[in-house]
Write a protein that binds this ligand. Structure first.
Ligand SMILES: Cc1ncc(COP(=O)(O)O)c(C=O)c1O
Length: 360
């Protein structure tokens, strides 16, 4: 059976080594006589799995001791509500709108307090990151919120906003573990794992301890209160055990490749293959301003919707799948997360060159 090069924005490719290991352990996990899907979340075997996953993530990201790591459910979208419910003390927060996911988080936050849109790149279809050096930060803001990598539009922050002393909260669903992060720059980082880490169904939150409070908004569901999860080591109820197990394997895989510095180097090389081609091509064009380009999501167009469709169809037939752009942008998008091998991008570019020759 041939595996395809899967350029999906999420759920996305997982490292083949991890899938093979999981397959080998499917019927009998380390002599337990059962799969991880079948075991109690209170068992010794699962306790080791979740503790090791947390330790490996802490190690990879250099997470300081005064930050909690929580394994949660509900996807990244659930955090759009959980963040304001837990972190709005004054009932105010500032949002930077760089795409659909930031906008959704902002719209959700408006239900719980005063959410201000302090900057936006909506005027040019989110093709750039706005200047965030001197934003009108609200004096009472409990936090400033960003979506660190914009999966749909292919932009990323190469420089963090000046929050004027306020806590920064970041959705890193589509670029977590792609490069080193200075966790101390943030009050909270969270990510849905289904792009760069594991199967859908797990969301990881890294939160500074002093932000985990009991006096959250009174209507906050027990399950959405970070303190509930922190006090119970993410085992308040049955967690997504199998997903956490796969995340743990991916953390080990990233470590085996040399950690986040090595991932960054690899991702920069990989993305450059595609961006360099886009910059030299007469047919294909990247849609994002150069200085804000993402290492993970690369949208591009030919400028002709029919030709875009032809390209996607022929690419699919050649084994390069899920290249169709998001429905709000059109064109194409290649998501080249950690698990996409260099060879996948090289072959895609070869295919694009050939397509360009044939369709001049
Ligand atoms: C940056 C970002 N945030 C949030 C989400 C939503 O994630 P979920 O489907 O886990 O709610 C996505 C999903 O694609 C995303 O790319």
């Amino acid at each position: 059976m041939a595996r395809v090069y899967n350029f999906s924005a999420g759920p996305s490719m997982l490292p083949e080594a991890v899938l093979k290991e999981a397959a080998a352990e499917m019927l009998d996990y380390q002599g337990t006589g059962m799969s991880v899907m079948e075991m109690s979340h209170r068992s010794k075997a699962f306790d080791n799995i979740i503790k090791e996953a947390e330790a490996d993530l802490r190690d990879l990201m250099n997470i300081p001791d005064n930050y909690k790591v929580l394994f949660l459910q509900g996807g990244a979208s659930q955090q759009f509500a959980a963040v304001p419910m837990n972190l709005m003390k004054n009932g105010v927060a500032d949002y930077i709108i760089t795409g659909q996911w930031a906008k959704k988080a902002y719209e959700e936050a408006k239900k719980y307090g005063k959410a201000n849109a302090v900057a936006s790149s909506a005027d040019k279809t989110f093709s750039y990151i706005p200047d965030c050096s001197d934003l009108p930060i609200d004096e009472d803001a409990d936090y400033v919120y960003i979506c660190h990598n914009n999966t749909i539009y292919g932009t990323t922050y190469h420089k963090l906003p000046n929050t004027k002393g306020k806590i920064l909260v970041a959705d890193m669903s589509s670029d977590i573990l792609s490069q080193p992060v200075n966790v101390e720059d943030y009050g909270m980082i969270y990510f849905g794992v289904q792009k760069n880490v594991g199967p859908a169904g797990v969301v990881v939150a890294i939160i500074r301890e002093d932000l985990i409070r009991d006096d959250v908004m009174p209507f906050t569901p027990t399950m959405l209160k970070y303190k509930t999860q922190a006090d119970n080591d993410s085992l308040y109820n049955t967690p997504p055990c199998y997903g956490i197990y796969i995340c743990g394997k991916v953390f080990k895989w990233v470590k085996s490749l040399g950690g986040l510095e090595a991932m960054k180097e690899r991702n920069e090389k990989k993305a450059a293959i595609l961006y360099d081609f886009l910059d030299s091509s007469e047919l294909f064009k990247g849609t994002v301003v150069k200085e804000d380009r993402s290492l993970m999501n690369v949208p591009f167009v030919t400028g002709d919707a029919d030709l875009d469709a032809k390209f996607v169809k022929e690419a699919t037939a050649a084994g390069f799948v899920n290249l169709k752009g998001h429905r709000t942008v059109g064109g194409m998008r290649a998501s080249i997360y950690n698990a996409m091998p260099m060879e996948g991008v090289e072959k895609l570019v070869e295919f694009m060159k050939k397509f360009e020759e044939e369709n001049k």
